[in-house]
Design a protein around this ligand. Structure first.
Ligand SMILES: Nc1nc2c(ncn2[C@@H]2O[C@H](COP(=O)(O)OP(=O)(O)OP(=O)(O)O)[C@@H](O)[C@H]2O)c(=O)[nH]1
Length: 177
C-alpha cells in the first residue's frame, strides 16, 4: 500500500537512445528548482568524457550535479529537502555495483527501500535491457536478470512508470503526463 503523502516517484524506462533521459529531465524541470542531477556514469573513454561534458554544458544553471557511480542511496539522502532528484541511470549504477565487491542483492534492496521511503520527488531512469536475444555468456545473463528484477522492484514502489520508445512516452503505471 502506497503512502499518498509521499512525494511523487517516477521510473522512466527505455532502450539506448530512446529519448528516456530527455523525457526524465523534462519531468523534473516541470517542478520548481533547484533540481539535483545524480549521474551514475563513469567516463571510461574519450567519447564518454565528451558526452558527459556536453550534457553538463546543456543543463540549465538550476541543476546541481552529483556524481554517484555506486553510493546512490547516500547521494539521494544527501539531496536538499524537497529538491526534485533525477537519477540517470540505474542500469549503469547496477553495472558499477556488479563490477565492485558489493553484494548486488543488498544494494538493490537498499535502493528500493530508499525509493519507497522517499522524502523528495524522484525521477529514476533505467534501461529496459531484456528485449534482445539471450546473451551467450553468464555475466551478461546475470546482468540482464538483475536489471529486469531491479526495474520490477522499483516499479512496485513508485507512483508512475513510463516506457519511452522512439522518443515517445508510454504510460505503463499511473496517470498520463
Ligand atoms: N558522470 C556523469 N555522467 C553524466 C553527466 N551528465 C550525464 N551523464 C550520463 O550520461 C548518460 C545519459 O546520456 P546519453 O548517453 O546521451 O543517454 P542514452 O541513455 O544513451 O540515451 P537516451 O535513451 O536518449 O537517454 C547517463 O548515463 C548519465 O549518467 C554528468 O554530469 N556526469
Amino acid at each position: 500500500m502506497q503512502d499518498t503523502d509521499l512525494p511523487i516517484a517516477h521510473l522512466v524506462l527505455g532502450g539506448a537512445r530512446s529519448g528516456k533521459s530527455r523525457h526524465a529531465e523534462a519531468l523534473v524541470r516541470a517542478m520548481p528548482g533547484p533540481w539535483i542531477y545524480i549521474a551514475t556514469a563513469e567516463a571510461r573513454d574519450a567519447e564518454m568524457l565528451e558526452r558527459i561534458a556536453r550534457h553538463r554544458h546543456d543543463r540549465e544553471p538550476q541543476w546541481r550535479t552529483v556524481e554517484a557511480p555506486r553510493a546512490l542511496v547516500a547521494a539521494i539522502a544527501a539531496a536538499p529537502e524537497g529538491a526534485p532528484v533525477l537519477v540517470d541511470c540505474l542500469t549503469l549504477w547496477l553495472t558499477n555495483i556488479m563490477l565492485s565487491d558489493e553484494d548486488v542483492e543488498t544494494a538493490c534492496r537498499q535502493l528500493t527501500e530508499a525509493v519507497a521511503r522517499r522524502r523528495r520527488p524522484l525521477v529514476l531512469v533505467a534501461n529496459e535491457v531484456g528485449f534482445g536475444i539471450v546473451p551467450d555468456n553468464a555475466l551478461a545473463r546475470r546482468f540482464r536478470d538483475h536489471a529486469g528484477l531491479l526495474n520490477q522492484r522499483l516499479a512496485a514502489v513508485v507512483d508512475q512508470v513510463t516506457l519511452v520508445v522512439a522518443g515517445l512516452p508510454l504510460t505503463v503505471k499511473g496517470r498520463d503526463r
